[in-house]
Structures are given as structure tokens and as C-alpha cells.
Design a binder for this molecule. Structure first.
Ligand code: SOE
Length: 399
């Protein structure tokens, strides 16, 4: 007997055995085949395997990169249907719905604006651009075109961090007094490390805009604004420990103009105090992103190196059992986790990108923006600019 399934290719079985309508394709054109190109590609590939309810299915239509051989290798590895070596040609294609920007920061604005003007959806790797000045026309272009958009501040979508947001929004912390965050690395300590060029453009201010402020603190600031609201003013200091490095492009020794380390404190609009530190010179720390929030009734802390756990202290607990509790965020009623394995089994860094794709696709169906939008990321850019200005002028600076 021929089943309905054989007859109608419009329908397919999902893992729960439910009939679902065939998905609408969303053709992705990704620019940049580096580390972030891989994280995003993995997100697109995995999302429908685990988020069955989505109406859309990303199709890896084209990968664009300057080095044709490397671009072809990437296409082969990740399953892209075609390659381009010029992002303008990619944007001009009728078969591309969304442009995903994974290139160095100095190229984000031009690509995003052109993509928006061509009516494409735009997904942009963080930070939005090098400065607020460069970011603003991006936001204007996106909003004028009315295209779907998002910026990949992925740590919002660690289930434990999303749970922190839910706990804060439920009012359990009460009035917030302190917000503390660190992002510590150690990969640039060697004075022999060149600056600029492939893999090392983050050390080159021309390409990156800034050092740890735009690269690492931007993550902390995005999460902080999301969890604790806007930042009013900042007082910062930065340091560049290695003053000169050989530039990969020119082969010449050139002044290093990025911030190797940055520490700032701030007032949030809700009256709480913030303390932030980031460096690439903390020997032993590879990507130690930690945050802690202290409220009137409760506190929360989280550590990227142990990302499935959220620590929670609730002062309303009975005295004799009161203490920090560790919540292993792997249960089906915790954020995103009903889409993965069974309670107790962990997810990792790459899942945050799958979650961002899932939320982006869901936003296309609901019509709600996928946060952080370009406009949200502009606020993070403003804080970063205020931090750098404050450090330069040795003065408190309004955001
Ligand atoms: C820098 O080393 C980096 O890769 C950042 O660019 C990412 O945004 C961060 O998530 C991890 O560290």
C-alpha cells in the first residue's frame, strides 16, 4: 500500500513522528571563512535537526572569500552549493535571501549597508563595526530597508545565561546593586606575535577598531545591558603592553594601537554599579568570561568555562541550608534544553550559534525582531566608544 507520505512530498516526518509541512528555504550567502564562518555554518547546518518546529530551513547557498582556493575548500567542507570571491557579486545574486557577515570589523559597514540596500536580510558578527560613527549608518540602512537583522552576540544564548535573564526578570534578585564581568585571555603575550592579516587582524586597530574593548568587553557589555539595563557613564583605563609588532602585511615593525587590556567601572541606569575587566595578558586564562550580579534578595554568577552551570544564592532560603546552589542547566524546562538530549546531558559553545539561528528563523515567522538587533548593538558600540574615550581622556564619560 502506498502511504500518504510517499504520495505527498510536501510533508515529512520529524523525530517525534509528527507530520510537518515542508520548510521554506532561506538561502544564506556567508562572507568570510574564518573561525566565525565555521561557527555560523555549523549553526545553519544543525538547526533543523533539533528545532523541528521552525518554518524555515537555511540553505548554504554560497560562501564568499577573497582566496579562491580556501573558499572552495570551505565550500567543500561545509557543503556550500557555490562560491564567490567578490561580496558585491554575492549581494547581487537573486538566489540569496540573507547575507551573513563574518569578515574583519572594518568591512562590516560597507557589506551590511549594501546588503540592506539590496533588500537582503543581514546577520552580522559582533561587534557591529569599529566605532559608533561607523555603526550608525548601518542601523539607518537596515531600518530604512526594513530587513530582518541580528548581531551575533552569542553568549546571550548559553542556556544558563538565558536562565539568568529569566530569573532576573522574575524579580527574584530584587534591587540590583552590583554587576561584575571579566573576559580574560592570554594569547597575545608573546612579543613575537605579528599584528594584522589573516587570523591576527584582531591586533590591528585599522581592521579591528580596538583591542579587547571591541572584541571581548563588547560581549560583556551586550550581556550586561540585556540582563541589567542601560549603562549611563563610564570611567576606564586601557593599556597596550607590547608597543610594537611586525605587521604581517608590510613585514615592518609598527606601533600597536589596540588596547591589550581594559578595565572600567560604570553606573547603570537602574542605579547599580558595574565593574568590567578584559585582557589578553592573563596567563592561564583562554576564554574566561565570568559574570556576577548581586541583588537585594539573591545573587547569580556564571562562568563560560563551566557554561552549563548557573550559580544562584537566594537569601530567602532557610538559614541552615542557605548557600550558593549550582543549577545544572540541562533540564527540558530550562531555556533551549528541550531541543537537545535528555536531562543531565550538556551542550557547548557551538550550541549558542545554533540557538541564534533558531531564534532568527523563528523571528521571521513571528515578525518579532531577533535580538540583539543592529539597533541594540549600536548601544553596545556607544558604551565601547565611551570606555575608550574615558581611558584616553582620563575622565568619567557619559554614554
Ligand atoms: C577572540 O579571541 C575571540 O575569538 C572573540 O573574537 C570572540 O568573539 C569570543 O567569543 C572568543 O574570543
Amino acid at each position: 500500500m502506498i502511504s500518504g507520505r510517499d504520495l505527498d512530498l510536501q510533508f515529512s516526518d520529524n523525530l517525534h513522528g509528527e507530520l510537518t509541512v515542508a520548510k521554506k528555504p532561506l538561502n544564506i550567502g556567508l562572507v568570510g571563512y574564518g573561525f566565525m564562518g565555521r561557527t555560523h555554518s555549523n549553526g545553519y547546518k544543525r538547526v533543523n535537526d533539533f528545532f523541528h518546529e521552525l518554518e524555515y530551513r537555511p540553505v548554504l547557498k554560497a560562501i564568499c572569500g577573497r582566496n579562491e582556493e580556501r573558499t572552495k575548500e570551505f565550500a567543500e567542507q561545509w557543503g556550500y552549493e557555490s562560491t564567490e570571491s567578490d561580496w558585491k557579486a554575492l549581494i547581487a545574486r537573486d538566489d540569496i535571501d540573507a547575507i551573513d557577515i563574518c569578515t574583519p570589523n572594518n568591512t562590516h559597514a560597507e557589506i551590511a549597508i549594501a546588503a540592506a540596500e539590496a533588500g537582503k536580510m543581514v546577520l552580522c558578527e559582533k561587534p557591529l563595526a569599529r566605532t559608533t560613527e561607523e555603526s550608525l549608518p548601518m542601523v539607518e540602512a537596515i531600518e530604512k530597508a526594513g530587513v530582518a537583522n541580528t548581531v551575533w552576540y552569542n553568549y546571550r544564548r548559553v542556556p544558563a545565561v538565558t536562565l539568568a535573564k529569566q530569573i532576573i526578570d522574575s524579580g527574584k534578585l530584587g534591587r540590583v546593586f552590583h554587576y561584575r564581568a571579566n573576559f580574560l585571555q592570554d594569547w597575545t603575550i608573546s612579543a613575537d606575535l605579528p599584528q594584522g592579516g589573516e587570523a591576527l587582524w584582531r591586533l590591528d586597530a585599522e581592521a579591528a577598531g580596538s583591542g579587547v574593548t571591541g572584541d571581548l568587553l563588547a560581549h560583556c557589555i551586550d550581556t550586561a545591558i540585556w540582563l541589567n539595563g542601560g549603562i549611563k557613564d563610564v570611567s576606564a583605563m586601557t593599556e597596550t603592553f607590547i608597543k610594537e609588532r611586525v605587521h604581517q602585511g608590510t613585514g615592518e615593525k609598527q606601533a600597536v594601537t589596540i588596547d591589550d587590556a581594559c578595565i572600567f567601572h560604570c553606573h547603570f541606569n537602574n542605579g547599580s554599579l558595574g565593574l568590567f575587566e578584559s585582557t589578553r595578558y592573563a596567563r592561564g586564562h583562554k576564554a574566561l568570561y565570568t559574570l556576577e550580579i548581586n541583588g537585594e534578595h539573591a545573587s547569580i554568577r556564571w562562568d563560560l568555562h563551566d557554561l552549563n552551570r548557573l550559580e544562584f544564592f537566594d537569601h530567602s532560603d532557610q538559614g541552615i541550608v542557605r548557600g550558593w546552589r549550582t543549577i545544572h542547566v540541562t533540564d527540558g524546562d530550562q531555556p533551549y534544553m528541550d531541543h537537545w538530549w535528555v536531562p543531565g546531558l550538556c551542550v557547548g559553545y557551538e550550541h549558542t550559534f545554533v540557538h541564534q539561528v533558531a531564534d532568527f528563523l523563528a523571528s521571521l515567522s513571528s515578525g518579532e525582531p531577533c535580538k540583539p538587533t543592529f539597533r541594540d548593538a549600536l548601544e553596545t558600540a556607544r558604551v565601547c566608544d565611551a570606555v575608550l574615550a574615558s581611558a584616553k581622556n582620563r575622565a568619567w564619560t557619559d554614554v
